[in-house]
Ligand binder design. Sequence first.
Ligand code: NAD
Ligand code: UGA
Length: 467
Amino acid sequence: MKIKTICCIGAGYVGGPTMAVVAQKCPNIKVTIVDINASRIAAWNDNDLNKLPVFEPGLDVVVKEARGRNLFFSTDIDKAIDEADMIFISVNTPTKTYGKGKGMAADLKYIELCARQIARVAKQDKIVVEKSTLPVRTASAIKNILENTGNGVRFQILSNPEFLAEGTAVEDLLKPDRVLIGGDNSEEGQKAINALVDVYANWVPNERILTTNVWSSELSKLTANAFLAQRVSSINAMSVICEKTGADINEVSKAIGMDSRIGSKFLKASVGFGGSCFQKDILNLVYIAKTYGLNEVADYWEQVILINDYQKNRFSDNIVSTLYNTVSGKKIAFFGWAFKKNTNDTRESAAIKVADNLLNEQAEIDVYDPKVNTERIYADLDYLNTRSSEQNRKLLKGQSSPYEAAKDSHAIAVLTEWDEFKTYDWQKIYDNMHKPAFVFDGRGILDIKLLEKIGFLCYKIGSGAKV
Ligand code: NAD
Ligand code: UGA
């Protein structure tokens, strides 16, 4: 079976870039990305490519090439479902905030709504692809809904989890380490797998396209994120020992990363991992383990989250204790709010927790982030419900220049590893700060020797160089 039309439900950080690349690489396939969020769709259709709702290096070029040719963004979900041979579900699957599994299980209500809509609209056989990250065995729930509420047409369910990382999404999509496709073992299932393999084969070498059964594919996605996050928590746990002993975490990382069995990636100590997925997916894994009564397994993975919480809290605690045990009324400049560089995404960013802790101590915070706007920052803080939104707006301000953010501050905290932070005129920043002037480098990116020469008192995550 040859795929001629694709519909993707969900025009977010995954659906948008992923399908833009599919459209770019498969000019003969019509790709329509749909969403219930009309303003998001309008932004994807904006002539000004700077206004795309997702900032990713290189994404504007891909969208420019394919949009209007064979790539379309629309709010007409029924029409796109009806036309499509293959439907990707790429909607959000956040942690449940209510009911059974609250705070742990993935909330599958958006997935279920999609399945019901597909069942209602589809008049011909379709292949439905899980692109969202889902708990293992979700495909059977989707199949049940499709088969029991549909119009008698036949559906094949595939699992095709996405492994892109934000900030490098386009690069990851163009050259994936692997594409994973899980499907049914039946003849029909294999046909569906082959149809999706053919789509990817337009640009991904065959040996990088891996096919498995559906459950292995679903579980591999959660496993991959758990392993990646575990490495960050492992190195962050060692960063504390480094600070106590005078060892340097960058040197330790380099030394262990050169062991080919360990490898050098994902060994950067930080103020804690953020992003929409690591925490959510590990909590989901913990919940699944608990559901099967595997409490030791659940506890093992939960520890990855606990170390991450510890890392964020100890960063803010360190700021407070260093600033003579009080930050009340003192201004602290935040350099960075995004959860990592080269993205405008702030979901679960460590900056949110660090700011929350410092605001509880009545600090004043001025934030500068090259890609995050102030409304987003307020939304992140208001969502916590720790203070009223008036208090958040009184205590925290967004600034469009790092020099303005740092002016009259007592300390600078580096929360995101934006490259531009290394290029600033740090002497000028120092001159306009209260003395002693502190820098807390939560990302280990700054040249501490240079800063100390200027007069700063510096703390660098995982390093003996600390105040
Ligand atoms: P997102 O919130 O950016 O986008 C999801 C979109 O789905 C939203 O625009 C929302 O309006 C839309 N939506 C929700 N319900 C809908 C419905 N019934 N009909 C139409 N549209 C609907 O989320 P995301 O970051 O793109 O993540 C999507 C999935 O991909 C999640 O399961 C996530 O775990 C997974 N994932 C994310 C990343 C990442 O880097 N963000 C990477 C790999 C996998
Ligand atoms: C992560 C995975 O890397 C992707 O493969 C996966 O598809 C995605 O989650 C997902 O499922 O959503 P992402 O969260 O976009 O991608 O970004 P990462 O590069 O993994 O970074 C996650 C967090 O860990 C960031 O806050 C980052 O700063 C932090 N990190 C990463 C470290 O602190 N140290 C490191 O060495 C690496």
